[in-house]
Write a protein that binds this ligand. Structure first.
Ligand code: PLP
Length: 306
């Protein structure tokens, strides 16, 4: 099907037929199509400064960083801008491993019903079938998956709440047995593998377990970020503060490809005197940031109305 245009909540194909976009495409067109404020912000930025290498500071980078600071959980202090959720998670893997290198912790745990991206690293985080297509012993090293928090088909064949969150306890057992886990990554609400809201207490327990075992907690909010679950970020529902948050999609309401990897102060401090050897040509691209700035303003207005 060839799509010609989009307006509001509808997109139109080449025969003139319009469709109500019930899923906001890939759960990313949070503001619908044709939002004038976002479009004009991109145009204005294109006229002012369309591109500059990522090692330079820009007004738009400062503006977006300030706006993000006002909406992210308040422990998130330093931001890396990429162009996809996949890249955001790749950055998170490297950050976690570099931060934990002195402690010789390099393994990352994820959940079997997860999707975290399509490049080799993020695909190894991914628990679902997409990983298996390119899985091999070599590229699997340093990544482990565990049974998920999935009450509808509980992997332990237990019932909540009598299960006492066996899924979380299994995670803790795995962390202790492995001994060199750098981080756990999870989707606060599992997205492509079922839109699974975790049972009460799970996210809090996850935070406790990771803290007690000196393991970083990475919340993949690529799909759940930017008001998708009624909060700016899904972790807010449980008042949980991860060490790293990754997000993309809604950050620009899909008007431009942008992603974010945000870290807390201890990780930020670590990289004050350790080089983060990482980056992309289009990192912190001004046009993408202009879209994010305007999209965040639009969300803020929506929050005021609601
Ligand atoms: C939870 C989650 N993480 C990561 C990704 C990868 O994001 P992207 O497709 O922007 O690379 C997705 C994409 O659907 C996702 O839902």
């Amino acid at each position: 099907m060839k799509i010609i245009s989009g307006e509001g909540s509808y997109f139109t194909d080449s025969s003139g037929k319009s469709y109500l976009d019930m899923s906001s495409q890939l759960m990313c067109c949070h503001l619908g199509y044709g939002n004038k404020n976002v479009i004009n912000a991109i145009k204005k930025q294109a006229e002012t400064l369309s591109y500059i290498g990522p090692s330079f500071d820009t007004d738009i980078r400062e503006t977006v960083s300030e706006k993000l600071k006002s909406i992210l959980p308040d422990n998130m202090v330093k931001y890396f801008y990429g162009t996809s959720g996949t890249e955001a998670n790749e950055a998170a893997i490297k950050i976690a491993r570099m931060y934990m290198a002195d402690k010789k912790k390099n393994k990352i745990i994820s959940f079997y019903n997860s999707y975290h991206g399509s490049t080799l690293g993020s695909l190894q985080l991914t628990g679902d079938f997409r990983r298996m297509l390119v899985d091999s012993y070599e590229n699997a090293s340093g990544f482990l998956r565990v049974a998920p928090q999935f009450c509808y088909h509980c992997p332990f064949k237990l019932k909540y709440p009598e299960c006492n969150l066996a899924c979380a306890e299994n995670l803790e057992y795995t962390i202790k047995q492995e001994g060199n886990i750098a981080a756990v990554i999870f989707e606060p609400v599992t997205g492509t593998n079922g839109v699974v809201v975790p049972p009460d207490g799970f996210v809090k327990r996850l935070r406790e377990i990771t803290e007690e075992n000196d393991v970083l907690l990475i919340a993949d909010e690529v799909m759940t970020g930017f008001c998708r679950t009624g909060e700016w970020f899904a972790v807010n529902h449980w008042n949980v503060k991860p060490d790293i948050i990754t997000t993309a999609k809604g950050i620009t309401a899909a008007y431009a490809p942008l992603s974010l990897t945000a870290v807390d102060k201890k990780i930020s401090d670590f990289f004050e005197d350790h080089i983060f050897a990482h980056g992309h040509t289009y990192e912190a691209h001004p046009l993408m940031l202009a879209a994010a700035s305007a999209a965040i303003d639009e969300y803020k207005i929506m929050f005021l109305i609601m």
